[in-house]
Design a protein around this ligand. Structure first.
Ligand SMILES: Nc1ncnc2c1ncn2[C@@H]1O[C@H](COP(=O)(O)OP(=O)(O)O)[C@@H](O)[C@H]1O
Ligand SMILES: [Mg+2]
Length: 276
């Protein structure tokens, strides 16, 4: 079989100061190819740290070990800082929850969308601008020129998130990590952005690691699902199998998912569902 885009074997992450707490990510192994792999699990289960480990962006105090952490066949565990910087934003991109924290408020959107081209290519200013405008239209802006010249505060949350996606995708990364990338948006916008991400993933032949607590959306947009609990992967299944999950924890998460029917009523927590 061809080498997957991303291969992780026995990833363990711990924080030395958390005495007696043990590792917060324990012996996690998975692969991602040109597909959408979702990572689901309750808050604190280790999803974000796993995503950050792939980007080499763990907090400095984190201690990481892995038997394999490789990207396109390259061993990330031995990568020097300069190579990480080259990889980030160019071959691997990360989209976080809130554009407010990801976009620089004092820099025009267009300049930020062009940033990775500036850092990683030798394109001229004019070529960068053309690519940025094309990418801004690709993520759904009818007026890319205006958005290009805007400051982040002039965009709504959903527009800001689309601008972020444009910035992340402009240099055609092969792997995109979206960590709760749509959680701060209203439902319709979430669906729009996930459709956009899903479409671009297929179109560009990328891999997408979709970190999400929304199982309804995962069922709709992902190919495969990894279920994390307390730092380990407890279940793996096709997204189409979520509704018929057999693992009790996966089933509990599925049953606790918000939906139109339960909207406005108290949701069962997973702990309730797991009681014998
Ligand atoms: N900087 C940190 N220092 C100490 N513990 C941390 C740090 N970041 C995360 N953790 C711990 O690691 C666990 C997993 O965190 P995280 O990956 O952010 O979970 P998730 O994204 O699934 O909600 C949590 O229990 C959290 O308390
Ligand atoms: Mg998280």
């Amino acid at each position: 079989m061809a080498e997957p885009l991303l291969r992780i074997e026995d990833l363990t992450i711990s924080f030395p100061s958390r005495q007696g707490q043990g590792a917060v990510v324990r012996s996690v192994s998975f692969e991602v190819g040109a597909e959408i792999v979702a990572v689901v699990g309750e808050s604190g289960s280790g999803k974000s740290l796993t995503g950050r480990a792939i980007m080499g962006l763990l907090p400095p105090r984190a201690e990481t070990t892995a038997k394999t952490l490789s990207f396109e066949g390259r061993d990330l565990t031995r990568l020097a800082a300069a190579h990480w910087r080259a990889l980030r934003g160019s071959a691997i991109a990360l989209i976080l929850q809130d554009p407010k924290y990801s976009l620089n408020p004092s820099m025009r959107v267009g300049r930020q969308v062009e940033e990775t081209l500036l850092l990683h290519t030798s394109l001229s200013a004019r070529e960068r601008r053309e690519k940025a405008l094309a990418m801004l239209s690709r993520v759904g802006f009818d007026d890319p020129q205006r958005v290009h010249a805007s400051y982040p505060r002039e965009l709504s949350g959903g527009m800001g998130q689309r601008a972020m996606i444009a910035a992340m995708l402009i240099n055609k990364p092969s792997l995109l990590i979206a960590d709760e990338a749509t959680s701060a948006l209203d439902h319709d916008l979430q669906v729009q952005i996930l459709e956009l991400l899903g479409g671009l993933t297929r179109e560009l032949g990328m891999g997408l690691l979709l970190i999400s607590h929304d199982l309804q959306q995962v069922a709709r947009f992902a190919d495969r699902v990894l279920v994390m609990r307390q730092g380990t992967i407890v279940d793996r299944l096709a997204a189409s199998e979520l509704a018929d999950a057999t693992h009790p924890y996966t089933l509990a998460l599925w049953n606790a998912r918000p939906s139109g029917v339960t909207y406005g009523t108290r949701l069962p927590t997973v702990a309730d569902e797991m009681e014998p």
